[in-house]
Design a protein around this ligand. Sequence first.
Ligand SMILES: [Zn+2]
Length: 348
Amino acid sequence: MCEQGGVTRRELLAGGTGLVGLAALEEQAIAEAGEVNKVDPIAQDVYFHEGDLAGKGHCNNGWIVFEDYVLVIDANFPSGAEEILPKIRALTPKPIRFAFDTHHHGDHAYGNQTWVDQGAVPVAHTGVIDEMRKYETGYYGGKPGRWEETARGRADVKASRLKPPSVLFPRELIFDDGRRRVELHHFGVAHTHGDAFAWLPKERILFTGDACVNGPYNFVGDGSVEKWVRTLEAAKKLGAQVVCPGHGPRGDSDVLDDQQRFFVSLRDAVGRQVTAKKTADEVRGSMDAMRAEMAADGRIARYVGKDTFPAQAEKVYTEMTGQRFPGASAEVEVARLHHAHRHGHVMG
Ligand SMILES: [Zn+2]
């Protein structure tokens, strides 16, 4: 999907050809945006489905039809699971046996109960359970946690219940029936401490969960930006030709490259301020300048979000110095809470 008249998307976005006008850029952006809620067959028995993030907070999904069963990638929210269930059923009568949670966030894992009701087993890296123990305190007998918070803002979550994955793998898990092969890999800390990728070596298709997104959707609160860059390096070594991100349209290997470049660039921008011994207030004060600088890089401009950037910059600053920005504004707090209700985790 990258090639268009011999001009790569990267060149288009960077204005590298010098001939490409704004209209072409806009056209390309629409083509890139893909279509949400539409079954997208990528290869024989392999499907991608871009979730309705703006309207319903849904994540992207994938599913692979094996000889005897279906493996679903990401449980989504309950309403997201209900959205794709009939679409899978329209394609195959085979039982849905496994739902792979790429990580513990509500928009990827709160639909587990819906899949269990279909006879499936939720599968995940062991780190997903560690993260759930940390944030889903209500489920584990403590004070209300993220699930309860999200249920206050989402009827589908309220009507369901948290179902942690029960088939767990420490590094990798392989589904291979001789026809299809899907490898689940944990490459280290990234978006969370429990991210795993689904890799189809024959088709060279990679499902990334939120370790890689395609747009201004990077939430950095539960992971480590520093380690994330390294984890993306490991994922890149697979040599994927098709990349199905956790949010945003699918693309080619550029998506992984650009996601990594965004974080490298963010660490450079914040790092320069830290090296120059700027105070936390001064770093926060230069937020707009940092954002503008990064938005000027055509390869990563689509990752630079107005709402998400401050938390991303603060996270990097905290990783580098151990300090936070002093006093969050009331507006930021309201936005954070709103996002938590919709998405199952705070914004960033
Ligand atoms: Zn997430």
